[in-house]
Ligand binder design. Structure first.
Ligand code: NAI
Ligand code: MG
Length: 369
């Protein structure tokens, strides 16, 4: 990691710039209060880039993303660009970033904030204190495997085809991320596949076990069929620490786990690529939510998902775990005071704007510092 902590900020479209403005205030706070400086560059992505450059991600922006320690993205897309052909849509900018940075490990935490326990659809004792990290393989599997397509058979029927494909190295590199994360958490990894019915799952299980035995024997590893994992997540989610799984199962299990605890407006994510010689991984951090065109410009969006994504950047790209802890503790405090944006509205709580949520967060950070 370079000493100057380079960060590329891509606010994007819709509520993206509104929630990112609150992160800007946190960055200023870090310099003012903790002497932690970031070298920030801001650029366009998605519809904003289409309007200016005619492409959802300019080559210069792509090149900058490859160079920095971390990229922080708001959200892309909106009705203004809905009629564009698939290849030119705002979303292609995000897909290009993920692909060219080779971000193969998608980290989706499912964290239950104390103040939101009652907002969960599950019983408080099931979700209170919940802290799961799902590591989803992001660049392989059935979403990318060949052959794929829809073909017409001689009898006139159509046949749709997708293929689940994984190589040893694809499995090893994502499993290594999961084991490394587990060591900094509760040291437990659950690997999910369907080895009972899929050959690719048999390979997945064998490769994960072998990597474990060779390099991560200190981490507690168990294997679980993905359908059972889906059930266990709603039955007793606290049994999990880190879950590692393929692209398809990860897509579903990460959405399921996230919804145990909160609203879209609260959910951060990280996508990591290969480590360089110094151990630094390419990384993109972004909220799970989209550009929310229905509320864009109204200054009511919840900035916490993006703020928590920045906290993940501090932890995973900048080795600033203490600052990340402080931010997460401040989020707990803000929620405990009863502040709610519309997306997490509960009876009897104060409904606040994006800016007021940002104000309160900084106030709590001041107190905790
Ligand atoms: P969305 O996540 O933008 O919105 C879904 C619902 O959740 C909306 O009612 C929205 O108001 C609400 N919501 C989302 N984030 C919120 C926040 N921070 N605070 C308060 N409420 C929030 O998903 P939707 O509506 O399916 O897509 C809208 C646009 O966003 C589309 O153009 C879509 O392609 C794009 N999109 C972009 C993503 C990204 O940039 N990673 C991910 C998902 C969608
Ligand atoms: Mg999904």
């Amino acid at each position: 990691m370079s000493a100057n902590r380079s960060l590329l900020i891509l606010p994007g479209d819709g509520i993206g710039p509104e929630v990112m403005a609150q992160v800007g205030r946190v960055i200023d706070w870090m310099e003012r209060r903790r002497g932690v400086r970031f070298e920030v560059t801001e650029d366009l992505v998605g519809g904003a880039a289409i309007d200016k450059h005619g492409t959802p991600l300019h080559d210069d922006t792509m090149a900058a993303a490859q160079e920095v320690d971390a990229v922080l993205l708001g959200a892309v897309g909106g009705p203004k660009w809905d009629e564009l052909p698939f290849e030119q849509k705002p979303e292609r900018g995000l897909l290009r970033l993920r692909k060219e940075m080779d971000l193969f490990a998608n980290l989706r935490p499912a964290l239950c904030f104390d103040a939101l326990v009652e907002a969960s659809t599950l019983k408080p004792e099931i979700v209170s204190g919940l802290d799961i990290m799902i590591v989803r393989e992001l660049t392989g599997g059935v979403y990318f495997g060949e052959p794929r397509g829809v073909e017409t058979l001689p009898d006139g029927q159509e046949r749709g085809i997708n293929t689940q494909v994984y190589t040893t190295s694809e499995i090893e590199r994502v499993a290594a991320v999961a084991f490394e994360l587990a060591r900094k958490r509760q040291n437990r990894v659950t690997s999910c596949e369907k080895a009972n019915v899929m050959e690719s799952g048999v390979l997945w299980r064998r490769v994960v076990q072998k990597l474990h035995d060779a390099d991560f024997a200190d981490v507690e590893l168990s294997h679980m069929y993905a359908d059972n994992a889906a059930m266990q997540l709603v039955r007793n989610p606290k049994q999990f620490d880190v879950i590692v799984t393929d692209n398809l199962f990860g897509d579903i299990l990460s959405d399921e786990a996230a919804m145990l605890t909160g609203s879209l407006g609260m959910l951060p994510s990280a996508s990591l690529g290969a480590a360089d010689a110094t151990g630094r991984r390419k990384a993109l951090f972004e909220p799970v939510h989209g550009s929310a065109p229905d509320i864009a410009g109204k200054r009511v969006a919840n900035p916490l998902a993006t703020i928590l994504s920045f906290a993940m950047a501090l932890r995973y790209s900048f080795d600033l775990g203490e600052e990340a802890d402080l931010m997460e503790a401040a989020v707990q405090k803000v929620l405990a005071t009863g502040m709610r944006t519309a997306d997490i509205m509960q009876a009897g709580k104060a409904k606040v704007s994006t800016d007021v949520m940002g104000d309160s967060l900084l106030m709590e950070m001041d107190k905790l510092d």
